[in-house]
Design a protein around this ligand. Structure first.
Ligand code: PMP
Ligand code: GLN
Length: 398
């Protein structure tokens, strides 16, 4: 039997559908499988190899013991929604109504999917930066939207403002930004965020902002686009506990937005997962209320890991673009004599016992060709793992 359907659009949107109609796994799944089959150090898929704060883990265990094991409310447990609202107030001076303007989701991924499925009609344009997180292309395709891209340009992976102006038109329904950015580690300058707000107003578009790396910035504190004048009333802000509390497998995410938009998204979300993660919701609430010292320390610890991996990669002969935030560093393998990162990444376990992800996996063909020698390496790993990885990568230049 041949099964056709919207999965094909989704897969095509994510670049997963081959010409013969077969489907490949996501690049993250493929590279993690390669790491486990070869025993190579996995600097591909972005997940930490250490547990997060003990209080958060303990709160989840307690919640299970206390019997919080049934369906929570569709919009999320009050304790978590209140913690999210308090977090927005504490870090960004944003007043968010915990009962009307917050929605708890199955990770940032479901927040993105439900948002785009709710807001995008057939043929509506969705503008993203490129390279983009793989789910964006897939979900835009599933929503039958048209994906319009603005390249992040070297040397700093910043968007050109004229490109952004040209991309946003009256056909644009959503401007979807990811700040701080995966895979480039870019933090968008305030002027760029202001331009996004200006363009959204001029063309009556909604801003969707994926801020899952909000607490992992290495310079200025994170600036949510919803804090800018005119931003909040047309912005859906998405985040997740996964990156902040080293709990990527818990899949507790959320969004904050004006009430009418939350209602539209809830209408979709309640038939995707309905709800998820009952005992994890109060645990993430505990995490959001941890001390300033905790939030400072996670960024500092990660910055030291960024520096360690970046200098190791430089020593190994890669040309590195220094990330300003997040889990990943982009390294150019061309100086080492490897112009094709997609091929290199598949050989890297054998050559150096390490796994990375080619940046072309986050791009369409045109930019992918331009960025063909770039590799994304994750530094959200133990220090000794990063030390071993860099020592092994130094063999490449020999
Ligand atoms: N957005 C970005 C930019 C990501 O890097 C990730 C992966 N962590 C997600 C969304 C998905 O987040 P979650 O695991 O909470 O669904
Ligand atoms: N966000 C993770 C990354 O960028 C991967 C999540 C996934 O495997 N879908 O590596």
């Amino acid at each position: 039997m041949t099964i056709s359907g919207s999965w094909q659009r989704t897969a095509r949107g994510a670049g997963l559908l081959s010409l013969d109609g077969s489907i490949r796994p996501t690049i993250f799944a493929e590279m993690s499988a390669l790491a486990s089959s070869t025993g190579a150090i996995n600097l591909g898929q972005g997940f930490p190899d250490e547990d997060g704060p003990a209080e958060v883990l303990e709160a989840a265990r307690r919640a299970i013991s206390d019997g919080l094991n049934q369906y929570p409310p569709a919009i999320g447990m009050p304790v978590l929604r209140e913690a999210i609202a308090a977090h927005q107030k504490r870090f960004y001076a944003l007043d968010v109504d915990a009962d009307r303007e917050v929605l708890v989701t199955a990770g940032a991924t479901e927040a993105l999917a439900a948002t785009l499925l709710a807001l995008v009609d057939d043929g509506d344009e969705v503008v993203t930066l490129e390279p983009f997180y793989d789910a964006y292309g897939a979900v835009i395709a599933l929503a039958r939207g048209v994906h319009v891209m603005v390249p992040l340009r070297l040397p700093d992976f910043l968007p050109d403002h004229d490109d952004l102006r040209a991309a946003v038109t009256d056909r644009t329904r959503v401007i979807l930004i990811n700040n701080p950015n995966n895979p480039t580690g870019t933090v968008l300058p305030k002027e760029t965020l202001e331009l996004v707000v200006e363009l959204a107003h001029a063309h009556d578009a909604i801003i969707v902002t994926d801020e899952v790396y909000e607490h992992l910035t290495f310079g200025e504190p994170h600036l949510p686009i919803a804090t800018l004048p005119g931003g909040r009333e047309r912005t859906v802000t998405i985040s997740s506990g996964g990156k902040t509390f080293n709990t990527t497998g818990w899949k507790i995410g959320w969004l904050t937005a004006p009430h009418d938009i939350v209602t539209a998204i809830l209408a979709v979300k309640q038939f995707l997962t309905f709800v998820n993660g009952a005992p994890f919701q109060p645990a993430i609430a505990v995490g959001l209320g941890l001390s300033d010292e905790f939030f400072d320390s996670i960024a500092h610890t990660l910055q030291a890991k960024r520096d360690l991996l970046s200098s190791g990669l430089t020593k190994a002969g890669f040309a590195v673009t220094m990330p300003q935030a997040g889990y990943f560093v982009v390294a150019d393998a061309a100086p080492l004599g490897y112009p094709d990162a997609a091929t290199l990444c598949r050989q890297l376990p054998e050559l150096a016992g390490v796994v990375g992800i080619p940046i072309s996996a986050f791009c369409t063909a045109q930019l992918g060709a331009e960025y063909s020698s770039l590799v994304r390496f994750a530094y959200c790993k133990k220090t000794d793992v990063l030390q071993r990885a860099t020592a092994q990568l130094e063999q490449l230049g020999r």
